[in-house]
Design a protein around this ligand. Structure first.
Ligand SMILES: C[S@@+](CC[C@H](N)C(=O)[O-])C[C@H]1O[C@@H](n2cnc3c(N)ncnc32)[C@H](O)[C@@H]1O
Length: 358
């Protein structure tokens, strides 16, 4: 791979063509490093494909130094030598988008992205839509812990070839649905849940991945489960765009529960563990699998979670740590070249005994 300097790109004083500038802006696309296999596309690619962003898989890489200044100079230039107004607009759009990527995920609009997830029989692709973000809707973005857990799920052997029935799995705080959808593609029947405000995008992603889930012998349902009211769980028919209508209440407990990145307030350990207690089946092989970022500010919450899980009779069967990136929070593509989006995560699998049952 060749590393270029920003000075190797077309400079404005040379009055470069729109084509040359768009090519350079394409090279400056930054894909999150944790999502090395994922193509990233605009929600609304323009008809010429000029607006399409892909993970930068080029053999050329541009050093980060001076990139922000280069982009700002394009956005603030009149580009008056480019006569085609549409092409000029496209150059401004692409330069603004490259700047947004460097400002973190919250600065970006809606995006749809593909995740490649391993399974015992190969890889499958999931398509996840993330609406434009607002600060208080953390569930509209896909977090590092969920991508790491989605990739790890096949290791737990939850779906067994020899058993006639697929395991029923409940996911808590699904957000955009990556973990639950990955579980379904391993052949499980998964109910993905979140708050009413997150449900519409979750239901959209469940519908969007219906075919890939079916091809992999799994099934999905989506519903609303608010941990502050842990015994009330409602599902909505596939394709229901929001949770305003009457849902179908669920009564049966689940042998497997999943959750990713669910502890970010002092109430969460209690709420999450109460919800697990309400919905985990009494079966001795029942399992809970979680993955949480080890953020300094929330280490007490993780300890609280561990203590509470033990108090409801659950024990760690396997655990470990791994690293990922909170995608667009990653600033490695920025001018300082740092990787402050690096997230250390803790995963654990819990059962009713300390013995691993798989
Ligand atoms: C940081 S996000 C993680 C989303 C997803 N699991 C991921 O890792 O990409 C936390 C999720 O927990 C959900 N959540 C927070 N409080 C909740 C509650 N009281 N009941 C249900 N879900 C809740 C949020 O809506 C959000 O989807």
């Amino acid at each position: 791979m060749s590393l270029l300097h920003v000075f190797d790109l077309p400079q404005l004083y040379t009055k470069p063509s729109a084509h040359a500038l768009l090519h350079a802006l394409g090279l400056l696309t930054s894909a999150p490093p944790s999502w090395e296999c994922s193509d990233v596309e605009n929600h609304d690619p323009d008809e010429h494909g000029l607006g399409r962003r892909k993970g930068n898989q080029s053999s050329l890489q541009i050093g980060p130094e001076g990139v922000t200044r280069y982009l700002t100079s394009i956005v603030s230039s009149s580009l008056q030598w480019i006569e085609d107004e549409e092409a000029r607009e496209e150059v401004w759009n692409q330069a603004s988008m490259r700047l947004s990527e460097r400002s973190g995920r919250t600065a970006m609009g809606a995006i749809s992205r593909q995740f490649r997830i391993p399974s015992p029989s190969g890889l499958f692709n999931l398509t996840i839509h993330e609406p434009a973000l607002t600060a208080d809707n953390l569930g509209l973005k896909t977090w590092a812990a969920s991508y790491l857990l989605a990739k790890r799920l096949h290791i737990f052997g939850i779906v067994k070839e020899c058993r006639p029935n697929s395991p029923r799995v409940l996911e808590l705080g699904s957000g955009t649905g990556l973990v639950g959808l990955a579980m379904a593609c391993l052949g499980a029947d998964v109910l993905l849940t979140d708050l009413p405000s997150i449900y519409p995008n979750l239901a959209h992603n469940v519908l969007k991945n219906h075919d890939v889930v079916r091809q992999n012998n799994g099934s999905t349902l989506s519903g609303v489960l608010d941990w502050t009211n842990p015994t009330s769980l409602c599902i909505f028919p596939q394709g229901t765009p929001d949770s305003d209508g009457v849902g179908v209440p669920v009564q049966t407990k689940f042998p497997v529960i999943l959750a990713a990145d669910s502890l970010y307030s002092s109430d969460h350990p209690r709420l999450l563990v109460d919800t697990i207690e309400a919905w985990l089946s009494e079966h001795e092989e029942a399992k809970v699998i979680v993955e949480f970022p080890l953020r300094d500010a929330y280490l007490p919450e993780i300890k609280d979670f561990r203590d509470r899980m033990k108090r409801i009779g659950l024990f760690i069967q396997e655990e470990g740590e791994e690293k990922g990136y909170d995608d667009w929070g990653w600033t490695g593509a920025g001018d300082d070249g740092s990787d402050s989006g690096l997230v250390h995560c803790w995963w654990s699998s819990w059962g009713r005994t300390t013995r691993k049952t798989n």
